[in-house]
Design a protein around this ligand. Structure first.
Ligand code: ATP
Length: 354
């Protein structure tokens, strides 16, 4: 059992604040992603959970026990680094044994544990090989093995696949997720890659500029973004933002956008001020009757779908439509937006209106 509760943690480095009051809970057995652009504070957050940095204020609990100021050795949390440090002069078996031998575990027990972990990772055949000549994938597996042998309560991973090429990275990410599902150990994983976070994570924390923008399942974050930052960061192509000034008529079903009408969900009627209408490319359909119109200015063929770029009264937007549909460059088309899928934002704060 390893539940991790983060309560109002903050980290300052001198005058600079790397993480502002952040709170979220990582449930036992979850594959938990810390996602955000470079410099947003995700590595600092991970290091505070592992004890490699101490929070300036706030608390961290592991299974109900406060660990905020404890050294890493007293936390029972394993950290898997991006630059996985293996002992280059030792073979695989000795690399895996080392953490156990240094704990004083008896030899027979070490041997049994190393073989069990090698079995989990599928590296029994290379136990006697030196680590120098191993492939990237095997090095990664040995590095993971070194973290697993100690049976820690939780694993911290900082962009563990960051150095790998795209194809291999995808293969290793599937393997990592499958390994997690076999072991069910709480894992916290840092990435700046939204697709990786969406594919691998049970839950995601999206960070930006030292703050948590949103915390939820991949589906909650995709379908109900809490802020314009999250809406823009998640999904490819990103959500379209149509800016408008005014109010969403009470009792009406449409909002006036550049002289055209768009449907909005009932609960948002009455919103006013500088507003932004957010719609994902796959929620726009071409329709002859659509009163909102745009001119096709580009299209990109993607097999079963195509992405078309349209010039509208509110600027350029992108729509994902069936590749069988004809949308010629220069053609003016009517557009329909499914009101159930739109998100309305306050332009000033960037917060979603619900
Ligand atoms: P990246 O993916 O680039 O590592 P990140 O989201 O993991 O980004 P952090 O490494 O947590 O970001 O860094 C957040 C900010 O804190 C950065 O501006 C970084 O320069 C700063 N920072 C991190 N560690 C220190 C430190 N020891 N001293 C001073 N500033 C630091």
């Amino acid at each position: 059992m390893a539940q991790i509760v983060i309560k109002n943690i903050r980290k300052e480095f001198g005058d600079f604040t790397a993480v502002k009051e952040s709170s979220f809970t990582i449930e036992d057995g979850e594959f938990f992603m810390l996602l955000g652009p470079s410099g947003c504070g995700k590595t600092t957050t991970l290091r505070m959970i592992a004890g490699l940095e101490l929070p300036t204020s706030g608390e961290i609990y592991l299974d109900g026990e406060e660990i905020s100021q404890k050294p890493p050795s007293q936390r029972d949390i394993a950290f898997v680094f991006q630059m996985f440090a293996l002992y280059p002069h030792l073979n695989v078996r000795k690399n895996l044994s080392y953490p156990l031998v240094s704990q004083g575990m008896p030899r027979a027990q070490v041997k049994a544990k190393v073989e069990e972990v090698a079995g989990i990772l599928g590296i029994q055949d290379i136990l006697n090989r030196g680590v120098g000549g191993l492939s990237g994938g095997d090095r990664q597996r040995v590095a993971l093995g070194r973290a697993i042998v100690r049976d820690p309560k939780a694993f911290m991973m900082d962009e563990p696949l960051g150095a790998l090429d795209a194809e291999f990275r995808e293969h290793m990410s599937e393997e990592l997720r499958a390994l997690h599902d076999r072991m069910n150990a709480t894992t916290v994983y840092v990435t700046h890659d939204q697709l990786e976070a969406m594919q691998m994570g049970d839950k995601i924390v999206v960070m930006n500029n030292a703050v948590v923008e949103q915390f939820g399942t991949p589906q909650q974050i995709y379908d109900k973004p809490a802020t314009m930052f999250v809406a823009d960061f998640i999904g490819s192509p990103s959500m379209n933002f149509l800016h408008f000034d005014g109010s969403v008529a009470e009792g009406g079903t449409n909002v006036d956008l550049g002289g055209q009408s768009l449907g909005v969900p009932k609960q948002l009627q009455g919103a006013s001020g500088k507003l932004v209408f957010g719609v994902r490319p796959e929620h726009i359909t071409l329709s002859d009757s659509g009163s909102y119109r745009g001119e096709v200015i580009a299209s990109e063929y993607l097999g079963t779908t195509q992405i078309i770029t349209l010039d509208t009264p509110n600027g350029e937007i992108k729509a994902r439509i069936d590749s069988g549909q004809v949308a010629r460059t220069g053609e003016k088309v009517g557009l329909d937006f499914d009101p159930r899928t739109i998100t309305l934002f306050d332009a000033g704060s960037g917060q979603a209106l619900r």
